[in-house]
Design a binder for this molecule. Structure first.
Ligand SMILES: CCCCCCCCCCC/C=C/C(=O)SCCNC(=O)CCNC(=O)[C@H](O)C(C)(C)COP(=O)(O)OP(=O)(O)OC[C@H]1O[C@@H](n2cnc3c(N)ncnc32)[C@H](O)[C@@H]1OP(=O)(O)O
Ligand SMILES: Cc1cc2nc3c(=O)[nH]c(=O)nc-3n(C[C@H](O)[C@H](O)[C@H](O)COP(=O)(O)OP(=O)(O)OC[C@H]3O[C@@H](n4cnc5c(N)ncnc54)[C@H](O)[C@@H]3O)c2cc1C
Length: 642
């Protein structure tokens, strides 16, 4: 199963080998539990480990393999981030995709050797979503052949970029490019921020940390202002766009090609989210098979809480989602790598499809991951609320994904643009022009669903039902939009008035893609036992997801009440079937105790003794009487007693 999850036997084996090596290297372990550290201590601890990793990486992993690097980071540095999180996730990808060969030769080896630390600085205090209204400018000075970066007012300060505040000395900065008073829109520039020797900010640069956040606090998200700060013309990233010495602008082959670093993260973050969901579920499910509370049969001893159907219903559908996201994520990364290769050689024809797909997936996956992790926390009762479970930290980090790389509603609306265009093709009789991801919009469906009507139909009737509801909602939302425009409403106003319905269509389309990716994967599996276990999970997935969106299929009678009863019964049936495999389905992800950082989720199940040990190690327990008591509470009580 681990081979299915991680992509191959070899990958699963390598992960095990890497975890085993890390277990033997105490210098790479947390020196004390992270929840007992201050933010400053955590940042120091992370930098300490990161430096050792830089020295010893070659002994542990193949540093050229991103999957191994990702695993190493998760184990050693953890999900709260590290001082170079953005360096690998966005800075290097931005240079790789947008810098010319000459620029790459100059900067990439230095970045890869970690001579410099970089980030991606785009969002500002006043604007994040609406890139067209960013305020930072890069004005070309023909006389010196330099760009002058400037922050015209406080809202133009770069705000949020990870590791910008304290760690990075370089950044890819997105600014509006102005040449001879003409604004060419946002473009990426390579900018040195700090002196390479002293790490002091360079003159003309104002920079710092934006303060503590809900989670992800090892990362120093930062602010950045420029005061007429000059960089050479050749620091504009020039793979696709060029500015010649005389100010001549050569436009890129696609207007949005400079957005590729964002698409990169949107594609890769899906498996990251699956891992966080599976981690929280692993903790909750292991704990649920240790925790005994109450009886189902009063004549019997207390049961493990995992025996309760409500507990299974809370956890198991999310286990199925974690697998589904991992499989859909793997497909998306493959597509991304393909499109990136094409893009580098000038073929931009697949960019719109990739953008639509990743926009929808990013939104649905992060939202459902957040839901699943929060349910996992609640499933642990009181101990879930303790940082000893570590679930609240996983939650805080995961839901950051609902916001970064494009706020979820906004990204769903991006997919909706693509769906509405596709609907227009269907309506004008041009279904043959639909791309493969939306081809179903042009296919006439049966009048009613055949779920529970055809024996041995596998998952086909489920997929057709998801297709039906997605198609119906897309065409309905598109009709509403076109109808408003026909009535004379301006395009943008009409769009806003339909946007809730449009986003519903985007979610349904994306959920269909996830179901199909899961079905595709199960169909590929040769090992009969693995196929069986995953087929059970897929049964739970399709039935649970369909129940969740049943109103769409009920309102036009595509599903009947009796079919809904069948679907509900299937959910209960598969909860029971999955119960014996539940812990294994999560143990198959092979997270080590070092990586999970959870007292509740320990592999050995020795929860109570270790919770007590953990509590005793709280800094508050260093002394029996705190100074808050001697200074304030004791005098207050004494005064009250007089
Ligand atoms: C590797 C491991 C992964 C683990 C990850 C964990 C690490 C966590 C680190 C977190 C790092 C976070 C970083 C950031 O957040 S960086 C900042 C990200 N910011 C955003 O995402 C901003 C969101 N906004 C946008 O992307 C755009 O502004 C938006 C797309 C919403 C609109 O852009 P714009 O105004 O320029 O365009 P229009 O709406 O007018 O659309 C015009 C057409 O262009 C199409 N389009 C837009 N983007 C793309 C694209 N990327 N590719 C292709 N096409 C694109 C759009 O669909 C329109 O097309 P149509 O006119 O044909 O409909
Ligand atoms: C943990 C974290 C890490 C980050 N890292 C980085 C980084 O490394 N580099 C970087 O540059 N940025 C980074 N960001 C910033 C991030 O990319 C932005 O916060 C994000 O893109 C959302 O933009 P915003 O904050 O402007 O939200 P806003 O756009 O102000 O959103 C506020 C509300 O308005 C709604 N809204 C906005 N526009 C529309 C619209 N057109 N239609 C409908 N609704 C709309 C949204 O849906 C939302 O409900 C990070 C953010 C976080 C939380």
């Amino acid at each position: 199963m681990a081979a299915q999850i991680w992509g191959s036997e070899k990958r699963a084996r390598r992960r095990r080998e890497i975890s085993a090596k890390i277990a033997q290297m105490p210098e790479l372990h947390d020196s004390k539990p992270l929840p007992f550290m201050t933010r400053e201590e955590k940042i120091m601890e992370s930098a300490r480990k990161l430096t050792i990793l830089t020295e010893k990486m070659g002994q542990i992993i193949d540093p050229t393999d991103p999957a191994e690097l990702y695993h190493l980071n998760n184990e050693v540095l953890g999900l709260e981030g590290n001082p170079m999180a953005l360096h690998g996730v966005m800075f290097i990808p931005a240079l790789s995709a947008q810098a010319s060969d000459e620029q790459q030769a100059k900067w990439l080896p230095r970045a890869l050797r970690r001579e410099i630390i970089g980030t991606y600085a785009q969002t500002e205090l006043g604007h994040g979503t609406n890139l067209q209204n960013l305020e930072t400018t890069a004005t070309y000075d023909l006389a010196t052949q330099e760009f002058v970066l400037h922050t015209p007012q406080i809202t133009a300060l770069k705000w949020w970029p990870g590791n910008l505040g304290k760690s990075s000395n370089y950044a890819v900065v997105v600014a509006h490019m102005i040449i001879k008073a003409k604004n060419y829109g946002p473009h990426p520039f390579m900018v040195q921020l700090r002196d390479e020797k002293t790490h002091e900010p360079l003159p003309g640069i104002t920079i710092g940390d934006i303060g503590p956040k809900m989670a992800y606090n090892i990362v120093d998200n930062g602010f950045l202002g420029f005061n007429k700060y000059r960089i050479p013309r050749t620091n504009l990233l020039m793979r696709h766009t060029k500015v010649e010495a005389d100010g001549t602008y050569i436009k890129p082959p696609h207007a949005k090609i400079n957005y590729s670093a964002m698409v990169h993260v949107r594609a890769y973050m899906l498996t990251g989210q699956a891992i966080m969901l599976a981690s929280a579920l692993n903790i909750a499910t292991r704990y649920s098979s240790v925790r005994r509370q109450g009886q189902i049969d009063k004549s019997q001893p207390e049961v493990k809480v995992l025996e309760y159907q409500t507990q299974q219903h809370r956890l198991f559908p999310s286990i199925a989602r974690a697998y589904a996201f991992q499989f859909a994520g793997a497909e998306t990364v493959k597509l991304y790598e393909h499109v990136l290769k094409e893009m580098k050689s000038g073929n931009v024809s697949l960019m719109a499809d990739l953008h639509a797909l990743t926009s929808g997936l990013k939104s649905v996956v992060t939202y459902q991951t957040g839901e699943g992790i929060e349910q996992a926390r609640m499933a642990c009762g009181g101990h879930g609320y303790s940082m000893a479970s570590y679930i609240s930290e996983i939650y805080g980090v995961a839901i950051g994904g609902c916001t970064y790389e494009g706020e979820n509603m906004v990204m769903l609306l991006q997919l909706a643009r693509y769906l509405v265009k596709s609907a227009a093709l269907v309506k004008s009789g041009q279904s043959s022009k639909l791309g493969p991801l939306v081809a179903y919009l042009g296919v006439k469906s049966e009048p009613t669903s055949l779920i529970d009507r055809i024996p041995n139909s596998g998952f086909t009737e489920y997929v057709k039902t998801f297709q039906h509801v997605s198609k119906r909602q897309t065409l309905k939302a598109a009709d509403m939009f076109f109808g408003l425009m026909e009535k004379g409403e301006k395009r943008e106003i009409a769009w806003n008035k339909c946007s809730v319905e449009l986003n519903r269509a985007s979610r349904l389309h994306t959920r269909l893609f996830i179901v199909e990716a899961f079905v595709r994967r199960v169909n590929e599996i040769a090992d009969i036992r693995i196929k069986e276990a995953l087929t059970d999970l897929l049964h739970l997935h399709v039935n649970y997801e369909l129940l969740d969106i049943a109103s769409y299929a009920l309102e036009d009678g595509f599903l009947s009440a009796s079919q809904l009863d069948y679907i509900r019964d299937q959910v209960y049936l598969y909860l029971g079937k999955i119960r014996p495999n539940a812990v294994s389905l999560l143990d198959s992800w092979e997270f080590s105790d070092i990586e999970l950082r959870s007292v509740l989720g320990r592999r050995d199940g020795n929860v109570y003794e270790n919770l007590f040990k953990w509590a005793k190690s709280s800094p508050l327990n260093k002394t029996d009487v705190l100074s808050s008591v001697t200074q304030y509470l004791k005098p207050m009580m004494e005064k009250a007693r007089l």
